[in-house]
Design a binder for this molecule. Structure first.
Ligand code: GTP
Length: 615
């Protein structure tokens, strides 16, 4: 069977884990809060309403700081654990796990000091809770959260905004649907003006989760009583009101023992002419039992929804962690492995762009199929082989003595001059393909999911790939220029062997006067012969330039884009590798938060599982 202790203790343990991992009410969180899903009892009351007295009475000990001004400046999560009769009472703080406090005066000091540790001496308030566990035979199992008292004016050096700040913080607790509100109001004040009831009415209008507590019944004017409130006529709540008589200031000054005070309170109700009929349902001990029972019931009813929240959150966090990438190991071997994995992922994507599957590779074919032929077509051969130019080149080549039979030198010069023009389109093809490849590198880097988290490695890979592409471009340029140079270094003899016959076939007359040899027709013929030779070379280069470009650039990029990078990588030390895997700090932070959260939810799931086993 699930015991009361195991259920309330379960929530205690989960709450502690929440605080350790930074999930607490009022905290600024981007995650769904587990804390908020846990049922808790928050104690709310105006200044001097008797809040501290009620808590101390429930515990049966003096342990809360007292003083003027706002003393409670951080939420105090007070976890009460009932121990066996006769065992020693002690207290423990979550922030001092190894220290057992048996002196409750020291507990009071520690609360004060721990409050100042976060808020400084500025008297500011902070939402970070202090967790205090009290183990005692005189308590019931119960967890209460003591919040700063609602106040109307700031006093002695407290910031002006404190009134509003306190209300905001208290509200952030009590507005959560899983919060049980313990609203403390003094009986010697009109209930309609009670700060606690005002706030409770706002956040819980149906009064479903509000427990009304009326203190200072003994201080009411003679002849008046609080029966209208206690019997629910003044302000109706779903749960019955509980009347309390705490120690008076005089009792406190006299150090009246809490256990004695409890007894006095019992006697007060038992002998009261006004409240005698309600005696069994009044007093701080009854209040503690009532709350404990209620809290346990609420927790029991919420366990299934808490479990499903936990499971859902674990799933979400795990998928987010997958998306963010798992943390990188610290040893050099694992880091090298990670770098290589990421590089391979990049290379895979880059190859897909070239081979098909991803767009972009087709633009290389576009260079060969459109740009290169168009550029070849545009070369200014018309101008180069104009009658005027042919005449000039041939004459200049002949020197002082014109050629006798065929202008060999003239032909050579004209052809060489024409072939030189091919360098331009050849180099332009190399550049065009280079830019396509560069663009594909850029795209592939963007598309490599694994790289997203490593901006440094991203830059390193981009630099290495671009450096490699530059090398391939240089090599490719040398090769295509060489192709062009090869064409000029040895002309196709066959072509010229056929020429005289062609001239004859076209009706050349051997008997024609010699002067005709140097006439217009002669030079036009030379121009047209050179033009058809150049056309033949152009056709050849149209085929061989793409082959050279693919061989030197595309194939190399596919095979060894990162080859040099890999060689350098092998020489790197652990420190350099971890610099490469230097992640975006925002991402690291998010992963850390997710990991912490995941740890919390898993711990909570284990806690719940362990309770279910005892059922
Ligand atoms: N006679 C009598 N005095 C009470 C009762 N409850 C509280 N007091 C006195 O009222 C004063 C304020 O009580 P606290 O318990 O300190 O009230 P609080 O709401 O915690 O006050 P702050 O922490 O200052 O906001 C103290 O002097 C208490 O002795 C009560 O039921 N009867």
């Amino acid at each position: 069977m699930t015991t009361m202790e195991s259920l309330i203790g379960l929530v205690n343990r989960i709450q502690q884990a929440c605080t350790v991992l930074g999930d607490y009410g009022g905290g600024d969180n981007t995650f769904s809060s587990l804390w908020e899903a846990l049922p808790s009892v928050a104690v709310v009351g105006g200044q001097s309403s008797g809040k501290s007295s009620v808590l101390e009475s429930i515990v049966g000990r003096d342990f809360l700081p007292r003083g003027s001004g706002i003393v409670t400046r951080r939420p105090l999560v007070l976890q009460l654990h009932k121990t066996d009769e006769g065992s020693q009472e002690y207290a423990e703080f979550l922030h001092l796990p190894k220290r057992r406090f048996t002196d409750f005066g020291a507990v009071r000091n520690e609360i004060q000091e721990e409050t100042d540790r976060i808020t400084g001496k500025t008297k500011q308030i902070s939402p970070v809770p202090i967790h205090l566990s009290i183990y005692s035979p005189n308590v019931v199992n119960l967890t209460l959260i003591d919040l700063p008292g609602l106040t109307k004016v700031a006093v002695e050096g407290q910031p002006e905004t404190i009134v509003e700040d306190i209300e905001t913080m208290v509200r952030s607790y009590v507005e959560k649907p899983n919060c049980i509100i313990l609203a403390i109001s003094p009986a010697n004040q009109d209930i309609a003006t009670s700060d606690a009831i005002k706030l409770a009415r706002e956040v819980d209008p149906s009064g479903d989760r509000t427990f009304g507590v009326l203190t200072k019944l003994d201080l009411m004017d003679k002849g008046t009583n609080a029966l209208d409130v206690l019997e629910g006529r003044s302000y109706r709540l779903q749960h019955p009101w509980v009347g309390i008589v705490n120690r008076s200031q005089a009792d406190i000054n006299k150090n009246v023992d809490m256990i004695v005070a409890r007894r006095k309170e019992r006697e007060y109700f038992a002998t009261s002419p006004d409240y005698g009929h309600l005696a069994s349902k009044m007093g701080s001990e009854y209040l503690a039992r009532l709350l404990s029972q209620h809290l346990e019931n609420v927790i029991r009813s919420r366990i299934p929804s808490i479990t499903s929240l936990i499971n859902k959150s674990i799933d979400e966090l795990e998928s987010e962690m997958d998306h963010l990438g798992r943390p990188i190991a610290l040893d050099a071997g694992a880091q090298l492995y990670t770098v290589l994995e990421v590089c391979r992922a990049f290379e895979r994507i880059f190859k897909e762009h070239l081979d098909g599957g991803r767009p972009g590779g087709d633009r290389i074919y576009g260079v060969f199929d459109n740009q290169l032929p168009a550029a070849l077509k545009k070369l200014p051969f018309d101008r180069h082989l104009s009658l005027q130019n042919v005449r000039r080149v041939v004459s200049e080549a002949d020197g002082y003595q014109p050629h006798l039979i065929a202008p060999e030198q003239g032909y050579r010069r004209l052809i060489e001059g024409a072939l030189n023009y091919f360098r331009g389109p050849a180099e332009a093809s190399v550049d065009a393909v280079h830019f396509v490849l560069k663009e594909l590198v850029r795209k592939s880097i963007g598309e490599t999911q694994e790289l997203k988290r490593f901006p440094t490695l991203q830059a390193d890979i981009a630099a290495a790939a671009n450096e490699a592409l530059e090398r391939f471009r240089d090599e490719s340029k040398k090769t295509v220029v060489r192709l062009v140079d090869m064409e000029s270094s040895y002309l196709t003899v066959d072509f010229f062997r056929k020429l005289p016959q062609e001239v004859d076939n076209k009706g050349g007359n051997p008997q024609a006067p010699v002067t005709d040899r140097y006439g217009e027709g002669h030079f036009r013929r030379i121009g047209s012969n050179v033009s058809s030779y150049v056309g033949m070379v152009s056709d050849t280069l149209k085929n061989t330039i793409p082959k050279a470009v693919v061989f030197c650039q595309v194939k190399e990029a596919k095979q060894s884009l990162l080859a040099r990078f890999y060689t350098q990588l092998g020489k790197k030390e652990g420190k350099q590798l971890s610099q490469m895997l230097d992640e975006d700090p925002a991402l690291m932070e998010r992963r850390q938060q997710c990991a912490k959260r995941l740890e919390l939810y898993k711990a909570a799931r284990d806690e719940i599982d362990s309770v279910s086993w005892t059922r």
